[in-house]
Design a protein around this ligand. Structure first.
Ligand code: NAP
Length: 282
């Protein structure tokens, strides 16, 4: 029986077991996917020992993504760029690490908006400059978008992101002070919230979307609640919206394929299962 895990600290709220459990059942596979709580001091040992305990690999979440990056033997180009790993697997005895958040976010945008959506987006505005923002900027850099603005409460972190991810000949990356958010909204064809604002228990992201172009898309990567205050605001203005749940579902696909040998699909039924779980936790 093949075994996989999600490792973090804390880990009890992770919905990844629901996602992988659904796919295991759907494909009639004998396998398991479990939560493992590992404190930071024990993570390096965990990385070295999971394969000998029979695990094919697993997902890595807060606070271990950077330690996983440092501890793997080989990394995909994406993980190398982001200096963070969220998916582990062993191939020919070598421990590999990937960052599938990039793929997760972009796959969900493509599925929600249809291929080619980026052709009408000249400027994207990414709000936040944490780990998830890095994945999102990296994903957007692969598309023909001319300019990516990054606005963050701590301006220096936005500047650092720009320094780390800037690519010769690619989209222009520009760090913005928090005070410039309102101005940036008016220029953006795609607006993405990557801060934790709007998450249940957190204050909402307080921005005026009324100046956004009429064909702008507003995306949030927070998925509890599913309709965050900024998505509700955008919807009321008639703007297109993309919620955060799809990113979570799509980022899980490559890991499952590595561990269990089947490429799973993100289906409406899977989405419904997780939505029901989110609603039940209210
Ligand atoms: P992180 O590295 O800790 O970054 C947090 C970001 O939020 C930073 O830009 C931070 O700004 C900003 N922020 C926090 N509190 C704020 C406030 N009161 N006002 C303004 N900005 C504030 O976290 P992360 O890993 O990037 O995750 C960010 C969010 O994305 C979380 O809610 C997480 O659950 C969600 N997420 C979702 C998915 C998905 O699959 N949908 C995947 C990954 C993450 P400063 O730099 O100024 O502190």
């Amino acid at each position: 029986m093949k075994k996989a895990f999600v490792v973090g600290h804390p880990i009890k709220h992770s919905r990844s077991p629901l996602i992988h459990g659904y796919w295991l059942k759907q494909h009639g596979l004998e396998g398991s996917y479990e939560r493992i709580d590992v404190p930071p001091a024990e993570f390096a040992d965990f990385l070295k020992s999971f394969a000998s305990k029979g695990y094919a690999g697993g997902n890595v979440t807060i606070p271990h993504k950077e330690a996983a990056f440092a501890g793997v033997e080989k990394r995909t180009a994406r993980a190398e760029r982001l200096k963070a790993v969220n998916t582990l697997w062993v191939e020919d005895g070598v421990l590999w690490g990937d960052n599938t958040d990039v793929l997760g976010f972009m796959a969900h945008l493509d599925q929600s908006l249809g291929q080619g959506w980026e052709q009408t987006v000249e400027t994207a505005l990414v709000i936040g400059a944490g780990g998830a923002a890095r994945a999102i900027v990296a994903g957007l850099q692969d598309r023909p978008i001319a300019r990516i603005l990054i606005a963050n409460r701590t301006f220096e972190k936005a500047e650092e992101l720009v320094r780390d991810l800037r690519m010769e000949g690619g989209a222009v990356l520009q760090a913005l002070p928090w005070e410039d958010l309102a101005r940036a909204v008016a220029e953006a064809g795609l607006i993405v919230n990557t801060t934790s604002l709007g998450m249940a228990g957190q204050p909402p992201l307080d921005i005026d979307l009324s100046t956004a172009p009429k064909n702008a898309v507003v995306a949030d990567i927070v998925y509890v609640p599913l309709k965050t205050p900024i998505l509700a605001k955008a919807e009321a203005l008639g703007l297109r919206t993309v919620d955060g749940l799809g990113m979570l579902l799509h980022q899980a696909v490559p890991g499952f394929a590595h561990w269990f040998g089947v490429m799973p699909q993100v289906t409406p039924d899977l989405r419904k299962l997780i939505v029901t779980d989110i609603e039940a936790a209210k």
